[in-house]
Design a protein around this ligand. Structure first.
Ligand code: 5GP
Ligand code: ZN
Length: 117
C-alpha cells in the first residue's frame, strides 16, 4: 500500500520511534512544530477519523493511552501539551493514515482566534 505511515510501520521508511506496542506506534515528526512533536498512529491502516468504526474503540483508547505515557516520558505531562487530529482537506490532513500529533515543550499559541469566518 502506498502509505508513508504504513511504510514506517513496516520499517521500509526509517523513523525515530518513541513508543511501540502491538497496535500503536509513535515516532518523532520529521518537521517538528514544537520542541516535542510526536506522531502517534494505529498499526491498522485507517485513513481518517471519519473511517473509525465501533470495532476500533480499543485501538483508539490505546492511542490516547500511548499519548499519556509518552507525554510523561517526555517530561511534559504536568506543564501541558496538545493532541491534534487533522481530518481531510479543511482540517489540513496531509497523510491519510489516522494519527494524533502530540505537541509540547513550550507554551503553545491559542488554537482559536478571530477566524470563525
Ligand atoms: P497531517 O498534516 O497529515 O496531520 O500530518 C502529517 C505529519 O506527518 C506532518 O507533521 C509531517 O511532518 C509528518 N511526516 C510526513 N512524512 C513523514 C515521514 O516520512 N517521517 C516522519 N517522521 N514524519 C513525517
Ligand atoms: Zn497506512
Amino acid at each position: 500500500m502506498d502509505c508513508i505511515f504504513c511504510k514506517i510501520i513496516e520499517g521500509s521508511i526509517p523513523s525515530t520511534k518513541v513508543y511501540e506496542s502491538d497496535t500503536v506506534l509513535a515516532f518523532k515528526d520529521i518537521q517538528p512544530a514544537a520542541p516535542v512533536h510526536i506522531v502517534i498512529i494505529p498499526k491498522k491502516h485507517i485513513p481518517t477519523m471519519n473511517d473509525v468504526t465501533d470495532e476500533d474503540a480499543a485501538v483508539i483508547a490505546e492511542l490516547f493511552a500511548a499519548a499519556r505515557q509518552i507525554a510523561k516520558e517526555q517530561g511534559i505531562a504536568e506543564a501541558g501539551y496538545r493532541l491534534v487530529n487533522n481530518v481531510n482537506s479543511d482540517g489540513g490532513q496531509v497523510v491519510y493514515h489516522l494519527h494524533v500529533h502530540l505537541l509540547g515543550g513550550k507554551k503553545l499559541g491559542a488554537l482559536v482566534g478571530n477566524n470563525a469566518s
